[in-house]
Design a protein around this ligand. Structure first.
Ligand code: 13P
Length: 250
């Protein structure tokens, strides 16, 4: 059975003293029965690597440059993330795709950059509401994952985590039903299985989009849902812990 992972994505939230209080409160009550990670804004990586070092919380970033160094003002490379203790990095989050012009080719390049630096990419895919309503969900998801497979090869997914995040469920309070999530997760796993069945079987696929303490257990009970990528609820210790505990009970 695949182990579950619960990853928090703080997005552009946090503050030095609030971060410390939040993480200390989580640490005191976390068990290591579930793998957990926090993907924090770049400026907090140094603080967070000190706070989570030696605990069961892994550190992650929310973006990465596709370049390793050079004249790319404002960008952060994989080597820099690694120096600050990052294990994970989110690539292809729908907010980056929609607001920062990150298309499939760029996401694929960022995925490759993460692997070059020994980071585990959390590759996000997901359709908009309009795409779902016009029956394009699988076409969109397939296009997003195929771009990465074509660029890096299917074998590299063995060093990555996937996250299905329907855009219409992010920060809206409108979560996908467990059946809707399961359907897309099974589609994703099937697409990878067509190329490498063993790899697909071990592939971790997280669900993200309005996961809360109240809906996490039913989501994590689905056969192809291997944990969650949690936005808003990862900023509240009690909520994040309850979601982690829901994952340990599966
Ligand atoms: P919410 O959990 O706030 O809906 O955010 C999901 C998300 O985008 C995580 O990456």
């Amino acid at each position: 059975m695949r182990r579950k992972l619960v990853a928090g994505n703080w997005k552009m939230h946090g503050g030095l003293s609030a971060n410390e209080a939040l993480v200390r409160s989580m640490q005191a009550r976390l068990t290591d029965a579930v793998a957990c990670a926090l993907c924090v804004p770049f400026p907090y990586l140094a603080q967070m690597s000190g706070l989570v070092g030696g605990t069961s919380i892994a550190l992650g970033a929310q973006s990465i440059s596709e370049h390793d160094s050079g004249a790319y003002t404002g960008e952060v490379s994989g080597g820099m993330l690694k120096e600050f203790g990052c294990e994970y990095v989110i690539v292809g989050h729908s907010e980056r795709r929609a607001m920062f012009a990150e298309g499939d080719a760029r996401v694929a390049a960022k995925f490759a950059a993460a692997l070059r630096h020994g980071l585990t990419p959390i590759l996000c895919v997901g359709e908009t509401l309009a795409e779902r309503e016009s029956g394009e969900t699988e076409t969109v998801i397939a296009r997003q994952i195929d771009a990465v497979i074509e660029n890096s090869g299917v074998g590299t997914l063995g060093k990555a985590v996937l996250a299905y995040e329907p855009v219409w469920a992010i920060g809206t309070g409108r979560t996908a039903t467990p059946d809707q999530a399961q359907q897309v997760h099974a589609f994703l796993r099937g697409r990878v299985a067509a190329l490498d069945a063993t790899l697909a079987n071990g592939l971790m696929i997280l669900y993200g989009g309005s996961v809360k303490a109240s809906n996490a257990a039913e989501m994590f009970a689905m056969a192809d849902v291997d944990g969650g990528l949690i936005g808003g609820a990862s900023l509240v210790a009690d909520d994040f812990l309850a979601i982690c505990h829901a994952a340990t009970r599966q």
